[in-house]
Design a protein around this ligand. Structure first.
Ligand SMILES: [Zn+2]
Length: 476
């Protein structure tokens, strides 16, 4: 029997607002435990929440970037459950009237485009953090994270493979970063991805029983967990068993998913409207205002850069991986850099320097105008490509311009035919045997003679010009 996987993703993203979603507490959850807290986020009886408008604006921006409709009338609901990380015993979330709904995101896997439906994106509050590593076998709860603005983005069950899920997450993260609404740091939990996975025989309409895989720390982990889960479910069915609806964890070391708890259904949470908050009514003018602030999104920018500058799909992809990289590239081109050469230097040499020093491109000392200046010096023959690599490394560490570095270190390439001619004539006079060999048809000697002139000029001879002058002298 052939099986088909059916996958839906739920992504929780922490929105980078300065204050929490329902109180004025600071959102820095790295502060000492339980210092960024107040009666509201500690769940004291009688306190009243107030919705953070920055959270609404940023959530609308995400919704629009994901082609969602923005609800004209949306409300908050209470999701009831008991757990020590949520002191009021309910989470304020959105149930039947989410802020954003009915959108889509296009992805591409192996050149094939797929449109993934976005069911909804809704606002909620994050929970506190439980710590079980306190000395003496005690557990602690840190409420700094409780009440952080959280946006949950849910897809339709449109994904059909682990690689599609990976492509979806990558594209989504890029959009969130372009919008500058979250740092999307998975290790710190600002972006959490859960996959709902089921399998069904090919051709069957009805969905199989799904499992939910949670707490995976990386996109590649999500991809591996989905692949494992698909194979596991097929094996269960083939052996005559039935898949159990449950939440499963991911053991990255062993590469397996494991059962955590039976999955609750929505009705288990006894959702009801939050009586302490007014509904959220985003009218057309409000929506238009947010739409006007949206930057050019990654897919559009990729396509535009490829068309405008004749870049390969690969280069356009690398250059638009982050908004800052794309900004840097376009600034270098605007400063006069050749578009293809700038693409090569940024994606290869500059990227290597950045990853080596763990720096961000927006902060690096060698700015786009400086890169354009350096490329201009290669173009004019003032420096060779080989010298430029060293020069760029120095620009990167000192912030100096290529011109200054060349002047200070006396690096300038000899591109003056007269100056080269002296060196060439000297070398030919010193090596009469090799000159004879060349004239007798032994072309290989050319390499030796080039090397000698390079040595005589301290490696500064313009290679192309040297070649021309040398051949001309030898043919005399
Ligand atoms: Zn608070």
């Amino acid at each position: 029997m052939q099986y088909e996987a059916v996958i839906g993703m739920e992504v929780h993203v922490e929105i980078n607002s300065r204050s929490k979603v329902f109180c004025a507490c600071c959102t820095d959850f790295h502060a000492p435990p339980n210092t960024n807290v107040c009666p509201v986020c500690l769940g004291m009886p009688g306190t009243l929440p107030v919705l953070n408008v920055d959270m609404v604006n940023k959530s609308v921006a995400v919704g629009l970037a994901l082609n969602c409709r923005i609800s004209r009338w949306s409300k908050m609901d209470r999701k009831n459950y008991f757990y020590p990380d949520l002191a009021k015993n309910y989470q304020i979330s959105q149930y039947d009237l989410p802020l954003c709904h009915g959108g889509w995101l296009d992805i591409e896997v192996d050149g094939a485009a797929r449109r993934i439906g976005i069911t909804r994106a809704h606002m909620e509050e994050d929970t506190a953090r439980n710590t079980h590593t306190i000395a003496g076998g005690q557990s602690g709860v840190d409420f700094n994270r409780c009440g952080l603005p959280l946006l949950e983005i849910v897809t339709e069950p449109d994904l059909r493979s682990a690689r599609e899920a990976h492509a979806y997450l990558t594209e989504l993260k890029q959009i969130l970063q372009y919008l500058r609404v979250s740092d999307c740091n998975m290790e710190e939990g600002s972006l959490r991805a859960e996959a709902n996975i089921s399998v069904r025989p090919v051709g069957q309409e009805a969905f199989g029983v799904k499992t939910e895989v949670k707490n995976v720390a990386s996109f590649s982990g999500v991809q591996k967990a989905i692949d494992f889960e698909i194979a596991r479910q097929i094996a269960v069915i083939e052996a005559g068993g039935t898949v159990v609806q449950e939440t499963r964890g991911w053991d990255a070391d062993r590469g397996v998913t494991f059962s955590q708890r039976l999955k609750e259904s929505a009705h288990d949470y006894r959702y009801f409207p939050e009586p302490d908050l007014v509904p959220v009514a985003v009218d057309q003018a409000w929506e238009d205002r947010i739409r006007g602030t949206l930057p050019e999104l990654p897919a559009a920018r990729r396509a535009r850069l490829a068309a405008q500058h004749g870049l390969s799909a690969y280069d356009a992809g690398v250059l638009t991986q982050s908004r800052d990289t794309a900004d840097y590239y376009e600034a270098a081109v605007a400063a006069g850099a050749d578009p293809k050469k700038a693409a090569n230097w940024i994606t290869v040499e500059l990227q290597a320097l950045l990853s080596e020093s763990k720096q961000e491109i927006a902060e690096c000392a060698a700015g786009p105008a400086a890169l354009a200046g350096m490329l201009g010096m290669i173009e004019s023959g003032a420096i060779s490509g080989k010298m430029a690599k060293e020069i760029l490394a120095e620009m990167f560490s000192t912030g100096k311009s290529a011109e200054d570095i060349v002047r200070e270190r006396g690096l300038s390439q000899i591109s003056d035919a007269g100056a080269l001619l002296d060196a060439v004539r000297r070398v030919l006079a010193e090596n009469p045997a090799q000159v004879e060999q060349f004239r007798a048809g032994k072309e290989k000697v050319m390499g030796f003679l080039v090397g000698q002139v390079m040595r005589a000029t301290g490696g500064k001879a313009n290679p192309q010009m040297l070649n021309d002058v040398l051949r001309e002298e030898l043919s005399r």
